[in-house]
Design a protein around this ligand. Structure first.
Ligand SMILES: CC(C)(COP(=O)(O)OP(=O)(O)OC[C@H]1O[C@@H](n2cnc3c(N)ncnc32)[C@H](O)[C@@H]1OP(=O)(O)O)[C@@H](O)C(=O)NCCC(=O)NCCS
Length: 269
């Protein structure tokens, strides 16, 4: 399980390895943590930025300004102030619920689709446990986890990344999905390492030109920076609804596999 206490983790403390079935609950927990439950989750970023949040503060401020103007001849001013405050709070609560529902539904969809049977979706061969065969990634697609090692055994999954590849005409296209690092283990090079391992794995599997793609939102600034650092660039944007009133811009990142990787400060590829 992902931990709640602050870690003492260095780049050498974790390994990146193929997914194994016992990782599934940890991966589901990472998904919920990163999208919904953590203080810096994407949902909380969305709530802080949403249009309605701005409207609430403005309307509340206006309402509060009117409240002290109590005057028997002009009693409608404070009454109006209270009404504005209440309406803005109600709107905010409705929008908050609807944004939360959007992200919970995203988690549920993930847990019921590719993350329901990770080995099958990402084509990880689980091997024969009775012969102590470890799971292996046999094709360009796959699912990897970053795990902290304790006493020689990998135990705690703190990050993950999937690659879903399809051949299209005379090229291989890979979609990177489910890049998550537990908030307690960020800025230790785990995201960069996961991405590096997946890219070098994919390189070894094809002589075809390969394009890697992924989608992330305007709210995921760390992810955008990580992908740019890894040679990805934005090739498209689309706007999707988030909650009832707030639009969300989604960026499509893309890179081909010919470029050379550069590791960020102090980490090797
Ligand atoms: C995006 C994410 C996977 C990065 O993982 P990480 O292990 O912390 O990343 P790394 O330590 O390997 O950092 C590599 C690079 O990413 C960028 N980066 C990481 N965290 C960042 C932050 N908080 N702010 C700005 N850039 C950041 C930097 O460019 C960094 O290189 P640098 O340290 O030389 O500046 C992690 O923040 C995360 O899980 N976020 C929430 C889920 C999410 O948005 N997933 C992406 C789905 S598309």
């Amino acid at each position: 399980m992902t931990q709640d206490k602050p870690p003492t983790c260095a780049a050498r403390d974790f390994i990146v390895r193929p997914f194994q079935p016992s990782d599934t609950p940890n991966i589901h927990a990472l998904l919920v943590e990163c999208l919904v439950s953590a203080p810096d989750s994407v949902r909380n970023a969305a709530l802080g930025r949403s249009f309605i949040s701005f409207a609430r503060y403005t309307a509340c401020g206006l309402g509060l300004l009117l409240l002290p103007r109590w005057d028997l001849d002009q009693f409608h001013l404070p009454v109006g102030g209270v009404a504005i405050c209440l309406i803005s709070m109600a709107l905010f609560l409705v929008e908050r619920r609807s944004i939360t529902a959007t992200f919970l539904s995203e988690c549920k969809t993930a847990q019921n689709t590719d993350l329901a049977d990770i080995a099958a979706f990402y084509k990880v061969s689980l091997g024969d446990p009775s012969e102590r065969n470890r799971p292996q990634i046999l094709g360009p697609s796959g699912f990897w986890v970053a795990a902290l090692e304790s006493k020689g055994e990998t135990s705690q999954v703190v990050g993950c990344l999937g690659l879903d590849c399809h051949r299209r005409a005379d090229e291989l296209r890979g979609e990177l999905r489910r890049m998550f690092v537990s908030r307690h283990y960020r800025r230790h090079g785990i995201g960069f390492r996961l991405l590096s391992e997946v890219i070098s794995h994919a390189r070894g599997f094809t002589t075809l030109p390969m394009t890697m793609e992924l989608e992330t939102s305007e709210l995921q600034l760390a992810a955008q920076s990580l992908y740019k650092k890894h040679g990805f660039s934005v090739v498209g944007t689309r706007v999707i609804p988030m909650g009832r009133l707030s639009p969300l811009s989604m960026f499509r990142f893309c890179r081909t596999l010919q470029t050379v990787d550069t590791a960020p400060n102090g980490w090797s590829n």
